[in-house]
Every structure is written in structure tokens, then in C-alpha cells.
Design a protein around this ligand. Structure first.
Ligand SMILES: C[S@@+](CC[C@H](N)C(=O)[O-])C[C@H]1O[C@@H](n2cnc3c(N)ncnc32)[C@H](O)[C@@H]1O
Length: 236
């Protein structure tokens, strides 16, 4: 398993670290932020303004889903962990992974951590008892890329996956889509329907147990609890 030492060995974003036996190339999703962003994300993003209420709702939804999630043996993986906001909501031991070295450096919790891409996680198959993938998938533009990420999470996880996505059937998403009509920049966030996301999870080898929107039909943010499918469908 990658250790805290690997922080110092972060590679450039375009050159993700490959797991043993991994063949092929990965197209990295962009996620560029200005200098100082990591510390601001840690200290302000979810502690001030409406962020604090969002943080409370997300934790509540996460705890509810975690109560329904039977964990397999092994630590939990938090990827992308950002500055580690939600890691301590997870049960047992945990490992924190983010691609941005400044985010990893901003974490002030003592868990093992690694700087790596979710497209190519530096862990053996089935290392983790569960995985949290919070606030990443809305940045991923295509279904193929989301499925590739979900497959990588499926590969390293024997237990439940808790993931968030943006629900296209929400007022917030409608407002986002209308932005260009009012002369505002097109949003870089991507939303899909619940059905589409369930299909993407199935294509990656998971089945949905529960979905928990923060504010159904109003807000985009939706959390999903999924479990590895026991028998792979021959149709997928
Ligand atoms: C909005 S933050 C979410 C962090 C944390 N999950 C939370 O909810 O507070 C998104 C994070 O995704 C990370 N990220 C973006 N693309 C990534 C990738 N391909 N692999 C790993 N981390 C990635 C960014 O560095 C950033 O820290």
C-alpha cells in the first residue's frame, strides 16, 4: 500500500502512477486551481457561508448511508480526499488519496496517504473494505470516463462504494444549464439522471443499494451507496 512517504514522490498530473499489471494510457481529467486553493478549501469552503450548511447535509447523508453499508475487511479508501474533510466519517482505518500534492499536504490527519490519480490507483486488487468518492464525478464530462473511474474503484474495493454525482433532474442543474443564456460562463460541472448513473455503476460492476439526494429535485448533489455485484452480468 502506498504510504505517507509517497506524498514527497508525487508525479506530474500527466503521468499517473500505474498499478502493477495495468496496461494502457489514461486521459487525466483537468482540475486546475489557483495557488493557495488547497488551504482555502480546507479552512473556508465548507466552514463559511452556505458551505457550512452543505457540509452538514453531506455528513448527515453520508452517515445515513454508512449505517446501511456492511463493511468488508480492510481499510476504507477516501479518494479524492481533498484536504481530508470527510475521511473521519468513515469507519475503521482509512487511506487518503488525492492527485493534487497541495491538497495532500494540506491534510492535518494522521492517516496513511498517497498522491495519485483515481484513474490508476497504486493499490492491489481488493485492498479496501470500502471506498468514498465524494465531489469528483461532476467534474468528469463523459460516461465512459466516469465508468473507467468507477471500474478502478471496483478493482481496489471489496466492499461498499459511497459516491456522489450531480442529478440532472434538479432545479440547480436547470439553472446551471441556463447560465449561457444570461451571458454567464458555461459551467464545468456535469450532471446525469439517477438512471444513467445507476447504469454506469452497473457497467463498472456495482449495484445500487440506495440514493440519497441532499435536497431532491432542488439540489444537484446526490449520494449513492453501491455494492460490488457478486455475479458479473454477461450482458455488460
Ligand atoms: C471538490 S474536491 C473534493 C474533496 C473531498 N472529497 C471533499 O468532498 O471535500 C475535488 C478533489 O478532486 C481531486 N481530483 C481531481 N481529479 C482527480 C483525479 N483524477 N484523481 C484524484 N483526485 C482528483 C482534486 O485535487 C480535489 O482535491
Amino acid at each position: 500500500m502506498a504510504s505517507a512517504d509517497s506524498i514527497g514522490r508525487c508525479r506530474p498530473r500527466t503521468e499517473p502512477r500505474l498499478a502493477a499489471g495495468y496496461v494502457g494510457t489514461v486521459r487525466e481529467n483537468p482540475y486546475d486551481r489557483e495557488p493557495g486553493y488547497a488551504v482555502r478549501y480546507r479552512d473556508r469552503r465548507f466552514r463559511t457561508g452556505s458551505g457550512a450548511a452543505t457540509d452538514r447535509r453531506e455528513r448527515r447523508a453520508l452517515r445515513r448511508l454508512l449505517r446501511r453499508a456492511a463493511t468488508a475487511p480492510g481499510p476504507w479508501l477516501d479518494v479524492p480526499c481533498g484536504a481530508g474533510r470527510l475521511t473521519d466519517e468513515l469507519p475503521g482505518s482509512k487511506v487518503q488519496v488525492d492527485r493534487d500534492p497541495t491538497m495532500v499536504a494540506a491534510i492535518d490527519a494522521p492517516h496513511p496517504k498517497a498522491c495519485a490519480s483515481v484513474h490508476a490507483l497504486p493499490f492491489a486488487d481488493g485492498t479496501f473494505g470500502g471506498a468514498l468518492c465524494m465531489r469528483l464525478l461532476q467534474h468528469i464530462p463523459t460516461g465512459d470516463e466516469r465508468v473507467a473511474i468507477l471500474r478502478e474503484l471496483r478493482r481496489v474495493t471489496r466492499g461498499p462504494l459511497l459516491a456522489s454525482f450531480f442529478d440532472a433532474n434538479s432545479l440547480q442543474h436547470l439553472r446551471r444549464r441556463l447560465r449561457p443564456l444570461f451571458g454567464r460562463r458555461r459551467s464545468g460541472r456535469h450532471a446525469v439522471s439517477r438512471r444513467t448513473f445507476a447504469r454506469e455503476l452497473a457497467a463498472a460492476g456495482f449495484e445500487v443499494v440506495a440514493m440519497k439526494p441532499l435536497l431532491r429535485f432542488v439540489g444537484e448533489q446526490t449520494l449513492v451507496l453501491a455494492l460490488p455485484r457478486m455475479r458479473e452480468s454477461p450482458l455488460i
